[in-house]
Design a protein around this ligand. Structure first.
Ligand SMILES: Cc1ncc(COP(=O)(O)O)c(C=O)c1O
Length: 405
């Protein structure tokens, strides 16, 4: 008899964004004529920059000629993309990372979900709370956690590291020792960042304890302040204890094109085994690479014109973040984030639960956001809005919220 992977049954209800989508659809069906502004899901709205589209067109034409046609991509990604990443994202910032330590993929979500496969199921994971749900759920599916505790809103046998307003929404090194430590900065959902010295203390801790840090830097391009590390490899010793995930999704609007990469230093070892070797084996066995045309588009992100256009887009989203933050502050809300990340993390008024505020916002302002509790128990009484909406929608959403609360 065929048996299923019972771990799937530990996952509570539907995925956060499916629940939100369903609630919005139900509201719209019951209130025809009302226009809901969605500032919930973190998807971009600006078209791909012209320089990148140009590269994409050229690559498409290459695919149509026998002399330049490309079949399967090399296992770990095209050299032209890996070298430009190593040069511009790492060596230019003083990080000792070489092209062959970069694994190209179709996005950071898959990579940060799949990476746990190279580690034993008896490792304990430590996650920030609130947290991007993929880290926890992928480990649940792999059997690395206990059951879900409805009352506490978290899984047993996972080390949740609270990120509170008191700690600037950064985690504190926990008493229990995690083997795999997930850190995400700039953070989704709180928009918080970590200072270089603080990140260094995590790297020191991981090196001393023989833990591995899985560092998600998907929003690196949104950093505006000094002394905020763009990569964990800016820290001394990180080559011995860290893996980094990056994405082109929010950096260059590739959510629909799909491109990302993972950096695994050759010197990273666990039980004396090279993690690079294990991930290369996994990549080669289970993955056939991001499309050539998309990798060429990725390369164009690093060209002079591409960089300029992409930076302008990011600055434009960050203007949205400013509009939301300032508007909400004027309306009396307590607001965090929005300075080095496209996320605004607000305290719900009158101590409403996150879902109570979701419903009230939908009803009273016809604006949809994301309840903080969906990211973990310490997200309760908080709410996430994103800066990815169009300008008019963002302005209108803020005006509606001001009137409604
Ligand atoms: C923290 C974080 N990591 C990774 C991702 C996924 O990125 P990608 O589109 O490259 O899969 C997201 C997307 O929202 C994210 O918020």
């Amino acid at each position: 008899m065929t048996r299923i992977n019972n771990n799937f049954l530990k996952l509570p209800g539907s995925y956060l964004f499916s629940t939100i989508g369903k609630k919005i659809r139900e509201y719209e069906a019951a209130h025809p004529g009302k226009r809901v502004i969605r500032l919930g899901i973190g998807d971009v709205t600006q078209p791909i920059a012209p320089e990148i589209i140009g590269a994409l067109h050229t690559a498409v034409d290459e695919m149509g000629r026998s002399e330049t046609f490309k079949g399967y991509a090399p296992d770990l990604g095209y050299e032209f993309l890996r070298s430009v990443i190593a040069e511009k994202d790492y060596r230019a910032r003083g990080c000792d990372i070489s092209a062959d330590e970069i694994f190209i993929s179709d996005g950071a979500k898959c990579d940060c979900a799949n990476i746990q496969e190279v580690f034993g199921t008896d490792n304990r994971i430590g996650v920030q709370d609130p947290v991007y749900p993929v880290y926890v759920d992928s480990n649940v599916i792999a059997g690395r956690t206990g059951l879900y505790d409805e009352k506490k809103g978290c899984f047993n046998d996972v080390i949740y590291m609270p990120c509170t307003r008191e700690t600037g929404f950064a985690p504190v090194i926990p008493k229990e020792r995690p083997d795999l430590i997930y850190l995400c900065f700039p953070n989704n959902p709180t928009g918080a960042v970590i200072k270089r010295e603080e990140l260094q203390s995590w790297v020191d801790y991981a090196c001393e304890n023989g833990s591995v840090i899985l560092y998600d830097a998907a929003y690196e391009a949104y950093i505006t302040e000094e002394n905020v590390p763009h990569s964990i490899f800016e820290c001394e010793g990180a080559r011995e204890c860290a893996i980094e995930f990056r994405s082109f999704s929010k950096t260059a609007g590739f959510t629909g094109l799909r491109l990302g990469f993972t950096v695994i230093p050759r010197s990273l070892k666990a039980e004396g085994v090279s993690i690079w070797e294990l991930w290369a084996r996994r990549h080669g066995t289970m993955y056939n690479g991001a499309p050539y045309i998309v990798q060429r588009a990725g390369e164009a992100v690093y060209s002079e014109a591409g960089r300029k256009q992409v930076r302008e887009q990011i600055a434009w989203y960050m203007e949205n973040a400013g509009i939301i933050s300032e508007g909400l502050k004027e309306a009396g809300f307590t607001v965090y984030g929005g300075v080095n990340a496209p996320y605004i993390w607000l305290k719900t008024p009158k101590n409403m639960t996150s879902w109570e505020f979701f419903d009230a916002l939908l009803e009273r302002a016809n604006v949809a956001g994301t309840p903080g509790s969906g990211f973990g128990p310490h997200g309760e009484n908080y709410f996430r809005l994103t800066a990815f909406g169009g300008r008019e929608n963002t302005i209108e959403a803020v005006e509606r919220i001001k009137k409604a609360f």
